[in-house]
Ligand binder design. Structure first.
Ligand SMILES: Cc1cc2nc3c(=O)[nH]c(=O)nc-3n(C[C@H](O)[C@H](O)[C@H](O)COP(=O)(O)O)c2cc1C
Length: 169
């Protein structure tokens, strides 16, 4: 699969089979995510891989049935103490964690696994479910599992002409 095919083929999956995920696929996507770039190479991310009772608790933070369906839940978390902050005050924590998440979700698509970025979750409930320390911020959740056959749909994107600006002078 070319990178272009991967970019076009990855999509938000909102329907999962209960089938377990082979460990080698998990190892592969973790290793891809580990190589993500970050501001000043701080790598301020933590990935919580959530199963069992902890997953049941985390489901309270996002009540959609497809989130509960998948065999694993992922929580992409940033550590505030570790992130780089621009001299103008801009914190790059959410950005770094997003790049990590993007690497992982693309790698998952490459090996036939579904994911869906979730930001609209209850952060307080997630903090409690994951027992996060004070300096760790939960930014995104995702289910991880094999997609149900009918769980993907066509993607809609703006045209390049609407998003790219070439400036010369
Ligand atoms: C930062 C971010 C937050 C998102 N939060 C949610 C969410 O809370 N719930 C949801 O169903 N989808 C969520 N999505 C998925 C987007 O709706 C989806 O990526 C977008 O519609 C494009 O579709 P595609 O992922 O299939 O290409 C989120 C995506 C991103 C990048």
């Amino acid at each position: 699969m070319s990178f272009m095919e991967l970019c076009k083929g990855r999509c938000s999956v909102r329907g999962y089979l209960p089938d377990p995920i082979p460990q080698e696929k998990i190892d592969y996507i973790l290793e891809c995510a580990r190589h993500a770039p970050s501001a000043a190479n701080r790598q301020p991310w933590r990935l919580y891989i959530v199963t069992g009772e902890a997953k049941k608790r985390l489901e309270a933070a996002y009540s959609k049935s497809w989130f509960a369906e998948a065999p694993l839940a992922l929580a992409f978390v940033g550590n505030r103490r570790e992130c780089w902050v621009h001299s103008d005050g801009t914190e790059y924590l959410m950005c770094d964690v997003a790049i990590f998440c993007d690497h992982l979700t693309l790698a998952a698509a490459e090996v036939g696994l579904g994911t869906c970025w979730i930001a609209a979750f209850d952060k307080t409930a997630a903090r409690q479910a994951l027992q996060l320390p004070e300096d760790e911020m939960p930014f995104y959740l995702s289910p991880l599992g094999f997609p149900k056959p009918d769980s993907t749909r066509a993607k809609s994107r703006k045209a390049l002409a609407d998003i790219v600006v070439w400036r010369q002078e």
